[in-house]
Design a protein around this ligand. Structure first.
Ligand SMILES: Cc1cc2nc3c(=O)[nH]c(=O)nc-3n(C[C@H](O)[C@H](O)[C@H](O)COP(=O)(O)O)c2cc1C
Length: 198
């Protein structure tokens, strides 16, 4: 089993990047197979959807070289874990642009002559590790968790026919007590490790 951890945060000292690397180490220790961290900010991935991307969207052909490179490394993975801070109820723009540009017609799905969607990512399991400032109660009361799950699990993972993995939130990511943050991180990392066969 090969795992690609995809993360998007501009600050190398962020909790998000710390969690991505903790998860990498935990998967290694569990013997889950090769693990790679794709740090989109450090790598300089450009999230802007271009006219060339629109051409690909319409025709299912000619992905831009940076998009094709992302698709190649996803093709080599059995599991992908998106590790991201929740920003305005969603993923950061960098990760949203990665989804917009990479999960496109011709690779993630196709459209048949009859208009039926051909969902192509059945070999890929997608896990989510959202890192949230708010606590679990806020997420429950405002339908926040369901909103995130609907947009990503249903809107992206199901649409492309990928397998839903686990969704493990870290809540209270800015809690003043480091022990609270640590407990939340350990629990989320353990949940993802348990969901990736070792
Ligand atoms: C632009 C922005 C929007 C945010 N929106 C939310 C939000 O909608 N829900 C939430 O729980 N936390 C929100 N937060 C708090 C972040 O989730 C929090 O800063 C992050 O999890 C801390 O981890 P980090 O050190 O990796 O950035 C937001 C933070 C920023 C900077």
């Amino acid at each position: 089993m090969s795992t690609l951890i995809v993360t998007a945060h501009p600050d190398p000292d962020s909790l998000t990047l710390a969690v991505a690397h903790r998860l990498e180490a935990a998967l290694d220790a569990a013997g889950a197979g090769p693990v790679t961290v794709a740090d989109l900010a450090a790598e300089g991935f450009d999230p802007r959807f271009t006219a060339a991307d629109r051409h690909t969207y319409r025709t299912g052909t000619d992905p831009a070289p940076d998009v094709a490179a992302e698709q190649d490394r996803l093709d080599r993975a059995d599991h992908v874990v998106l590790v991201f801070p929740v920003w305005w109820w969603s993923v950061p723009a960098l990760l949203k642009g990665w989804l917009d540009r990479v999960f496109v017609n011709g690779w993630a799905f196709g459209v048949g002559e009859d208009g039926c969607i051909d969902r192509r990512l059945g070999r890929l399991t997608v896990h989510l590790l959202p890192i949230a400032g708010d606590d679990a109660g806020v997420y429950e009361r405002h339908g926040y968790e369901q909103a995130l799950r609907t947009q990503l699990e249903h809107g992206v993972v199901d649409f492309c026919g990928a397998v839903r993995g686990t969704t493990a939130f870290v809540h209270e990511s800015e809690h003043e007590d480091p022990a609270v943050r640590e407990r939340a991180v350990v629990t989320a990392v353990e949940r993802v490790v348990a969901a990736v066969p070792g």
